[in-house]
Design a protein around this ligand. Sequence first.
Ligand SMILES: [Zn+2]
Length: 410
Amino acid sequence: MAIQTTADQGFIRKFNTAIILDLLRRFAPLSRAELAARAGLNRSTVSIIINNLIEEGFIQETDLQSSKVGRPGMLLTLNPNGGFAVGVEIGVDFISVILTDFIANVLWRERVFSNPEDDQIHILDCASELTQKAIDIGVEQGLRPLGIGIGVPGLVDLKQGKLVFAPNLRWTNVPLRLMWSQRFDLPIFIENEANAAALGEYYFGVARGKDNFIYLSAGIGLGGGIIIDGKLFRGSSGYAGEIGHMTIDPDGELCGCGKRGCWETKVGPRAVLQHVRNILVEGTPSLINELSEGHLDGITFNNVVDAAKLADSVAVDALKDVGKYLGIGVVNLINIFNPELIVLGGALSLAHEFLLPVIENTVKESSLKPPCEHIEFRASGHGSDACVMGAVALVLDDILREPMFLQRAP
Ligand SMILES: [Zn+2]
């Protein structure tokens, strides 16, 4: 029976194409027959879609033979040369840019320090120069540009592609997508850094195959990326995941957001350093004194982690204290979202071997039993690349879920 209208037909083809691409992303290599069975589509429909995708260069046939008994067949995978994506992170004090192919193999990267006191225009110019460099390299390699993803440390209005508020940069209402689309004629995606990082872990990191998990981005601030049923949970306006501002102690320390006792005042590297300084100022012996050459103000989070690895009790205790508070917040998240995995990312993930066991214990002691029976705790697989890989995932996610290129097909 003929499909009613061209619009319907186009929608169904896009929908089915997205299913095929997603199956190949997750389970490739697959044969045509396996794809048809997994997608619940008939072989002829799948063949038409596959031929189109091969023609467009997004998937390829491999010379691997099917391992199954019976007639061997060509297997299909995503084509690394299907195009390139540029991932950008505008951090509080750095800019990071990464260039990847269609299956997120890193082709080029650069990270430069920036000064949050610098003019906003200067920082954005520097980021767009690096982006241009990445695009030039991708084009030189004969690949087509697919898009640019940008992760930023603040609240993002997704509809307008606008950075609404970045407290640590003190930026408000920056129309990033508009500004960058004047320079780059490509799809541009703006996202909060923790959300982007969560997507990166889901696509290419430790959360592959986990459809319900929470990514904690614990650095200067504490952000969260929440994946529910395989999709980023953004809330009604895109501001979901501001977990660092959950009130843990109403009489606590003043937070950067202007409120008291937010979770992030208890758990960031700043809280670790404060804890350490309070102990050392009393003259307690510690390796941290040697590592920081005796300068209390010069102690870095890395000094504390290094000392903890050498079993220094001041360092280990400071991390345990932060781990306990991290655990208390995580208990709240588990009770609300019932995730299967918690991923610890950001600067604190450097100390994951000390923090994760404490978080796990706190959760076991304080959470309702059923939601945490099968929960896992892991450190980010991408470390400091979590956000840029997530920014790349934004570009690929858009193509895989919404294959707009089909608009060009007759
Ligand atoms: Zn706050």
